[in-house]
Design a binder for this molecule. Structure first.
Ligand SMILES: Nc1ncnc2c1ncn2[C@@H]1O[C@H](COP(=O)(O)OP(=O)(O)OP(=O)(O)O)[C@@H](O)[C@H]1O
Ligand SMILES: [Mg+2]
Length: 263
């Protein structure tokens, strides 16, 4: 569905993204993870053309995105960032209805959609729809940010560390809700995080990046049971790997772990 072909990004002398090849499948929750500065946000922003690559090709459903109108493209791709910026002078209902309105959806249709979405993330529309963002907690605002990106029903949603500003408890709650939500809406979601526990919990596939390239791209299970090299082992951490070995001793043995895997 989203395909990166030999994508490069250089800024001045620096090579930020190096020959990136990726296939993100329709309906999957695809997590980009890696150390700070490895190029996660840059990779994500190239999908909605907030950043243009220096070389290579990006396709959505087989079409070259550089031949599409960037404004149209962005309206068809939901986008959630870490510090979600709800418009403070608009009510929650107006914030969520923003893109459907821009897309000239019928009022009766988007009013219904807004209520459904609020319900879906546990915010009673009767209570919350007419409130302003300042009248919501951080976690509630974050939920609104997530559903605002879904309101126009885009096939693709990009999420850049959407839960990282939350306390651990709200964060885990929102992760659980999010996994449930994804099962019902079945969108293609590209999700950036630097938290391995979050990635393991929510991802269909995890793409671990370092220094502008992909180090390993696999399902959480395969990544944990067969880390490709020492960088992956270090990034996952000995504690998590030990836990996997305890849970799946047979698989770990069969998989013939390389010599640097923890014992
Ligand atoms: N406008 C810019 N000019 C120069 N270098 C930039 C620019 N934007 C990003 N970079 C560099 O590109 C690299 C990748 O940045 P990017 O924001 O994609 O990283 P990231 O993986 O999202 O990191 P983080 O986890 O900290 O958000 C970094 O080394 C960053 O310093
Ligand atoms: Mg980033």
């Amino acid at each position: 569905m989203i395909s990166f072909q030999q994508v490069e990004k250089r800024i001045g002398d620096a090579s930020i993204i190096k020959g990136l090849n990726l296939e993100i499948h329709a309906g999957e929750l695809f997590v980009l993870i890696g150390p700070s500065g490895c190029g996660k946000t840059t990779t994500m922003k190239m999908i909605n053309r907030l950043i243009e690559p220096t070389a290579g090709r990006i396709e959505i459903n087989g079409e070259d995105i550089f031949k599409t109108d960037p404004v149209e493209l962005r309206r068809s791709i939901g986008y959630v960032i870490q510090q979600i910026a709800l418009f403070p002078h608009m009510t929650i209902g107006e914030n969520v209805a923003l893109v459907p309105k821009l897309k000239k959806m019928e009022r009766s249709q988007y009013e219904k959609k807004v209520d459904e979405l609020l319900d879906m993330v546990g915010l009673d529309p009767k209570v919350f729809k007419n409130r302003y963002p300042a009248e919501l907690s951080g976690g509630q605002q974050q939920r609104v940010g997530v559903i605002r990106a879904m309101a126009a029903d885009p096939p693709i949603i990009l999420m850049d560390e959407p839960f990282s500003a939350l306390d651990p408890i709200s964060r885990e709650q929102l992760q659980d809700e999010f996994v449930r939500l994804q099962k019902t809406i079945n969108k293609t979601i590209v999700f950036v995080t630097h938290d391995m526990d979050e990635a393991i919990k929510i991802a269909d596939r995890i793409c671990l990046m370092n220094d502008g390239t992909v180090v390993q791209l696999d399902t959480p299970d395969v990544l944990l049971q067969n880390p490709a090299n020492e960088f992956v082992v270090n990034f996952i951490g000995a504690k998590r790997l030990r836990k996997v070995k305890e849970l799946h001793p047979a698989t770990s043995k069969k998989a013939a772990l390389p010599k640097w895997s923890i014992s």
